[in-house]
Design a protein around this ligand. Structure first.
Ligand code: HEM
Length: 491
C-alpha cells in the first residue's frame, strides 16, 4: 500500500516536472530533460564540448538544453553566433543572474553584471583606463616588454634544461594587469601574490566544473557543505586582500592624479553626482578582480599553448625566428607595429589562439527581451551558451580545421588574413574588452622569447598530448618546456 502511494507521488512529481519543463512554444529543440538535473546527466561535465557537438549534429546550430529546470539555448557555428551576438547584439547582451558565479561576485563589476547602466559605465571606464594607461601606445608596450624581461631572466636559468612554464606565464600576465591597476608588480616569489594566484586558479576551475553545474541546477543543494563552498571562501579572501590594497592607495590618493586604475576609479567616485551613484567601493573591488581574473588565466594559457605547439613543430618555430630576425635586425626590442611586417609570425600567433580555444563556451549570455533567432522564439531572460569552440573548429570555415597550421591565416600570396570565424574574444557588445591588451601581450612576449630562445620538446617527455584541460578558461595539459639559447644571427 505504502509502496503504491510512493510510486503514485513519484509519478505525479514526474508528470509535474515534465509539464513544468516543457519547452516554450517555438523554442529551439533539444533532448528530453530528466527531473531535477535537466540534461546535465547527458553531458560529460568534465568536458561537455564533444557532447554539445553531437547535439548540434542532431538538432542543428541552435538547440536547447536544460540545466536543472532552467532552459538554455546553445549557439553553434559562425552564422548563429553572428546572428545573435552581432546582428542582435542588444537582445543578447544580458548575463544570467542566478548562477554560482553571480552569487560569488554579487553580479557587480563588468564580466557578470547584467546589461544596464552600471555595466555600461564600468565597461566604458575600464576601456578608457586601458587607453589612459597606454594601450595603443609605446607606454603599454614598455610595460609588457618590462615584464617580458623577467620572463627571459627566469628562462635563462633553465637554459640547457627544461621547466614547467605554468606559473611563470601566469605570474607575468597577472603582473601586467597589476601594474595597470595598482601601479606596481610583484616579485614572482611573493607569498601573497602566489596565494592570490592559487585562489584565482582554483576558482576558475570551480566556475565551470561539475560542482558549479550542480549548484546552478539544484538550488536545494546550495546551502549544503559541498565543495562549491570553497569557491565562496576563496573569492572572499582575495576580495579582503584587494580591499586592503585599495585602502592603502586611498591614503595617498590626490584628487585628479592618475597613478593607476584605482586612482582613476576614486576620481570617478568623487565626480559622480549624488543622484545616480554607480561607482562605489564594492563595485570597484569586483571590477579589479574581473580584470585580474580575465586578464591572467586567458593570456597565460594562450602563451603556454603557443609554446607547446611551436616547440613540437620546429619548422614553424624556425620560420617565425627567421622572419623575426629579418624584421628586427639590430633593433633592441620588438614593437607592436612590427607585426605588419611579420605575416607568418602573426599567422602562428592567431593559429595558436585558435587551437588554444581559451574560453570554449564563452561567458554565458542572457536575452534582454523576448526575441526571435533564426526562426525560433526565445523569451527574455533565457540563458545563452555561445559555443565559441564550435566556431574556432568549424569545418566549413577553416582550411585546416583539425591541425595546427598557420596557413589557416595566410592567403596564396603569404599575406596575413583574419577569417571571420576567428572569434576567441567573442563578438558584439559583450566582446572581450581586453582584446587590444591581450593581442599586444601575445605578440610582444612571443616575439621577444622566440628571438632569444629555441624551445625543444624534452627527449624524455614521450609523445606530446595536445588534449586541453576544459574549464571556463581552457589550458594545455602541464608539460615541460626545453630551453636553449639561440645563436645570434650571423654568429
Ligand atoms: C587571450 C586572451 C583573452 C581571451 C581569449 C579572452 C576572451 C574573452 C571572452 C570569450 C569573453 C566573453 C565575451 C562575451 O561574453 O561574449 C571575454 C570577456 C571579457 N574579457 Fe577577455 N579575453 C582575453 C584577455 C583579456 C584581458 C587581458 C582582459 C583584461 C584587461 C580581459 C577582460 C575581459 C572582460 C572585463 C570581459 C567582460 C566583458 C563584458 O562583459 O562586457 N580579457 N574575454
Amino acid at each position: 500500500m505504502l509502496g503504491s502511494l510512493v510510486l503514485l507521488c513519484f509519478g505525479f512529481s514526474l508528470l509535474f516536472f515534465l509539464f513544468r519543463t516543457r519547452r516554450p512554444k517555438n523554442f529551439p529543440p533539444g533532448p528530453l530533460p530528466v527531473p531535477i538535473f535537466g540534461n546535465l546527466l547527458q553531458l560529460n561535465l568534465r568536458n561537455p564540448i564533444e557532447d554539445l557537438e553531437k547535439l548540434s549534429e542532431h538538432y542543428g546550430k541552435i538547440y536547447s538544453i536544460y540545466i536543472g529546470n532552467k532552459p538554455a539555448v546553445v549557439l553553434n557555428g559562425l552564422h548563429a553566433m553572428k546572428e545573435a551576438l552581432v546582428t542582435q547584439s542588444v537582445e543578447f547582451a544580458g548575463r544570467p543572474q542566478d548562477l554560482m558565479v553571480n552569487h560569488i561576485s554579487g553580479s557587480k563589476g563588468v564580466i557578470l553584471a547584467d546589461y544596464g547602466p552600471s555595466w555600461r559605465k564600468h565597461r566604458r571606464f575600464a576601456l578608457m583606463s586601458l587607453r589612459n594607461f597606454g594601450l595603443g601606445t609605446r607606454s603599454m608596450e614598455e610595460r609588457i616588454l618590462g615584464e617580458t624581461l623577467y620572463i627571459s631572466l627566469c628562462l635563462e636559468r633553465s637554459v640547457g634544461k627544461s621547466m614547467d612554464p605554468q606559473c611563470l606565464f601566469y605570474n607575468a600576465a597577472c603582473n601586467i594587469i597589476c601594474s595597470i591597476i595598482y601601479g606596481s608588480r610583484y616579485e614572482y616569489e611573493n607569498e601573497y601574490f602566489q596565494a592570490m594566484i592559487t585562489t584565482m586558479e582554483e576558482n576558475s576551475k570551480m566556475a565551470n566544473g561539475p560542482w558549479a553545474m550542480i549548484y546552478d541546477a539544484v538550488p536545494l543543494f546550495r546551502n549544503l557543505p559541498l565543495p562549491f563552498q570553497r569557491g565562496f571562501q576563496g573569492y572572499s579572501s582575495v576580495r579582503e586582500h584587494i580591499l586592503g590594497i585599495v585602502a592603502q592607495h586611498e591614503k595617498t590618493w590626490v584628487a585628479k592624479e592618475t597613478r593607476h586604475l584605482i586612482d582613476c576609479y576614486l576620481n570617478e567616485m568623487e565626480k559622480q553626482g549624488d543622484s545616480d551613484i554607480c561607482f562605489d567601493k564594492s563595485q570597484m573591488v569586483v571590477l579589479l578582480m574581473d580584470l585580474l581574473f580575465a586578464g591572467s588565466d586567458t593570456t597565460s594559457n594562450t602563451l603556454r599553448t603557443a609554446l607547446l605547439y611551436v616547440m613540437t613543430h620546429p619548422h614553424v618555430q624556425e620560420r617565425c625566428q627567421k622572419e623575426i630576425d629579418e624584421v628586427l635586425g639590430e633593433k633592441e626590442q620588438a614593437s607592436f607595429e612590427d607585426r605588419h611586417m611579420m605575416p607568418y609570425t602573426q599567422a602562428m600567433i592567431h593559429e595558436a589562439q585558435r587551437v588554444a580555444d581559451t574560453v570554449p563556451l564563452g561567458v554565458f549570455h542572457a536575452t534582454t527581451k523576448d526575441t526571435r533567432l533564426m526562426g525560433y522564439d526565445i523569451p527574455k531572460g533565457t540563458l545563452i551558451i555561445p559555443n565559441l569552440s564550435s566556431v574556432l573548429n568549424e569545418e566549413s570555415q577553416w582550411k585546416f580545421p583539425h591541425d595546427f597550421n598557420p596557413s589557416n591565416f595566410l592567403n596564396d600570396q603569404g599575406e596575413f588574413v583574419k577569417p571571420e570565424a576567428f572569434m576567441p574574444f567573442s563578438a558584439g557588445r559583450r566582446a572581450c574588452l581586453g582584446e587590444g591588451l591581450a593581442r599586444m601581450e601575445l605578440f610582444l612576449i612571443l616575439v621577444t622569447l622566440l628571438r632569444r630562445f629555441k624551445f625543444v620538446w624534452p627527449e624524455d617527455a614521450g609523445v606530446p598530448d595536445y588534449t586541453p584541460v576544459f574549464g571556463i578558461t581552457q589550458a594545455p595539459k602541464p608539460y615541460r618546456l626545453g630551453v636553449r639559447l639561440r645563436e645570434k644571427p650571423g654568429e
